[in-house]
Structure formats: structure tokens, C-alpha cells
Design a protein around this ligand. Sequence first.
Ligand code: NAD
Ligand code: USQ
Length: 406
Amino acid sequence: MKIAVLGGDGFVGWPTSLHLSDLGHEVHIIDNLSRRWIDTELGVQSLTPMDSIQERTRIWKQETGNKIHFHLIDIASDYEVFKKWLAEARPDAIIHFAEQRAAPYSMKSDRHKNYTVSNNVNATHHLLNAMVELDLDAHLVHLGTMGVYGYSTVGAAIPEGYLPVGIETMDGETVSQEILYPANPGSIYHMTKCLDQLLFQFYAKNDGLRITDLHQGIVWGTHTEQTRRHEQLINRFDYDGDYGTVLNRFLIQAAIDYPLTVHGTGGQTRAFIHIQDSVRCIELALKNPPAKGDRVKVFNQMTETHRVRDLAELISKMTGAKIAWLPNPRKEAPENDLVVRNDQFLELGLEPITLAEGLLSEVVDVAKKYAYRVDRSRVPAISAWTKEIAKEVEKDPEHPRLRSVS
Ligand code: NAD
Ligand code: USQ
């Protein structure tokens, strides 16, 4: 297949591009490199030394003989350029990763909120709009988030996208319907993913676009089979307070002897998936497209759930790292349970990689190898969800340093 990977220079997009190229697909990465610019804005860099996208694709060609094409396009602001590219390339499938994906970055200031909404919503809408205009019957696979559901405990498993409901009619009868699970975003970033869901629902219904939305949990790890093949194919690894995600942050913190930064009581339960499973799930989704006229196909792309403090305790036991209990900069439930259905990927043959000491220590080894690149002052997460929380967090005499260490 000819596959366009929008956002293919990113943390999940790059290993996905390599995986698909390895399977023999013709891969075209489209990226505006905004993630690299945001590193510059924040004064941080990936833990791992990443080469330019041109250099990365050159090494891939040298190692495998396969060409990955790169096109520098901003799909949120260069609509005409993007449409022209789609019109000429006419890909069979499009994987859409190209959004601003960090919740803390999306909550930093009014400017960051505006940027996240306009970038993410325009990116998704431009893609859908252009596909209709060009009669492009490509299978669109979007990377969404578990965060569209919220993380509240209702005592029931979260279904894959749709919730069966009974509605009482005016005659007093009950009719059954399946509706999109009620959206309950916890940040501006997560809200844009909820808006994406509605855009998909409309374009599938109105124009018959074939769309799969993958509600993905937190991705951890760094290597995949292909990124291991050459030092210069290495994946990016974010550890800073805005882009680093919790488990990867704890692993790098353990490696540099920095107390593990647990927010609040660490009672938040979240869904997780290893990067190798993430790329495999995308392959499975590509092989199983919906038919024209079908509703949006939704998969929960996660393999296990964990409570944040349990992860911290596990890593602390494994590495001897201390745990720091910090004021939570986010507005989120201090404790929640989370049970998630993921039957569809399991039925399609996914064999989940679960949190095993071997894999965790492999990431700690990567972190130790590149520890010299870490700026410890960029580790604290200081982006606050509300002005009130910002005041509370700033009141802490040791802000942004650590408050209590156990
Ligand atoms: P990332 O920030 O590393 O990659 C996103 C890529 O998209 C970057 O290379 C960026 O330059 C590009 N991009 C952003 N806006 C663009 C635009 N307007 N035009 C062209 N390119 C643009 O993020 P990631 O971690 O690889 O996540 C990829 C997708 O998966 C995101 O949509 C994210 O919401 C979703 N996701 C990620 C995780 C995770 O834990 N990393 C979990 C669940 C879902
Ligand atoms: N947390 C800590 N300490 C830290 C960092 C985070 O306790 O140092 C806590 C947070 O308060 C939160 C939880 O860990 O309760 C998860 O935070 P995170 O930054 O790992 O994940 P999140 O903000 O939800 O976002 C990440 C990705 C996003 C994706 C989402 C999937 O950045 O793109 O959509 O995971 S999910 O969480 O399932 O919605």
C-alpha cells in the first residue's frame, strides 16, 4: 500500500513509519517538524540524540534498501499545499498522528491553548475536507486517546467507543441506541481529541469516509525492532515536565537518581501500551478497515492499567530510587479505578507486551546511556491546570523543586 504518515517524525510516528516500510509498504512522512520547534521553545531536547528526518530516512535506505519519503507540510495551516500533495499522491491509507499531544503544554497559557485547539482541530478537519473534495477513498487511521472517556470510576468497563443506551420514548417505551461514549476531557489537548471524534462521526455519516479511531493509552518504552537496527534510527524520548509521560519519566528519573515525581497521592489509574505494541496495533487496524458507509471503527489501543503510585513503587523497588510526593499541578480526581475493554485487538491477534522488569530495566539502561544529555531543571512539571492551582503549586516554598522525599 501507499501510506501517508502524518506526524511521522514524532515519538509514535517514526517507529510506525519504519515498521510499515519494513513490511514493504510505500511510506510517505508528512510533518511540519513543529515538535522539534517546541523543544527549542521549551529549551529541552529528546533524551536520545535524534538526527534530522532527512538523515534518519537516509540511514533507513542504507540499512534496508527501502525509501521513506519526507514532505515538509503543515497540515493545519497549509491547506492548499496539503490538498495538492494528496491529489497527486492519492495514498491508499493515511495515518494521522499530526497533533500537539501534550496535556501540560496545552495548559501552559492562553497562547498554548489557542495553538493546541487551532493546530489539532484544523489538522483533522483539513484532512477530512480534502479527502471528500478529492474523492479520496483512503482508509484514515487516527491516533486518539483514552482520555476522551475521562478516567472516572463508574463501576463498569469502558467499552470500545460506543455505549449502548436505552432512551424512553414519548409512548413510554424504551428504545436502544449506541452512542459515542460521553466525552469527558481533562485538558485542552484531550478536548481537541473529543472534537476530532465528532468530526469523524460527521464525515463518516455524511460522506462515507472510512475511518478508524484508535483510543490509545500512555505509550511507554523507546525501542522497536526497527529502531534498534542502527544508532541513527533511534526513537525520540521525552522526559521533561511537559512532554515526558509518566512511566518514561519515572524510568529516566530512576536512571539519573532524581526522586520519582508522583503527583498528589499517585492514586490516578491510567491505561498503558508499549511502543512496540502500539506500532503493531496500527498494522492490525490498517489490515481491518471499515467498509464505506460504516460508522467510525473505534479500538481501545491499550494493554494494561496501572495506578501511578504502584508504578513509582515498582520502579523504586527495582532501582532504589526515592519517591517525591508533589502537589498535583493538574485538576484531576486524586483516585480513580479504570477497567478498559480491548477485545478487538486481542481477537485480531495482538499478544500484549506487559510491564516486565526486563523491559523496564532496558529503558533505564537507555536512560543511563544518555543521562549526560538530561537537564535536571527541566524535569519538574510546573504547567498548572487553573490559576488557583498555579497559586497553590507556587506557594510551595520549594517550587519547582521537590517538596517531600520518602
Ligand atoms: P509527537 O509530538 O512526538 O509527534 C507528533 C508529530 O506531529 C510531530 O512530529 C509534529 O511535528 C507533527 N505535527 C504536529 N502538528 C502538525 C501539523 N500541523 N502539520 C504537520 N505535522 C504536525 O507525538 P506522539 O507521542 O508521537 O503522538 C502521536 C499521536 O498519538 C498524537 O496525536 C497523540 O495524541 C497520540 N497519542 C500519543 C500517546 C503517547 O503516549 N505518546 C498516547 C496516546 C495517543
Ligand atoms: N503524573 C505524575 N507524575 C509525573 C507525570 C505525570 O504523577 O511526573 C501523573 C499525571 O498527574 C496523570 C498521569 O500521571 O495523572 C498521566 O500523565 P501523563 O503525562 O503520563 O499522561 P497524559 O497527560 O494523560 O498524556 C499522555 C500523552 C497523550 C495521550 C495520553 C493517553 O501525552 O498524548 O493522549 O497520555 S491517556 O492518558 O490514556 O489519555
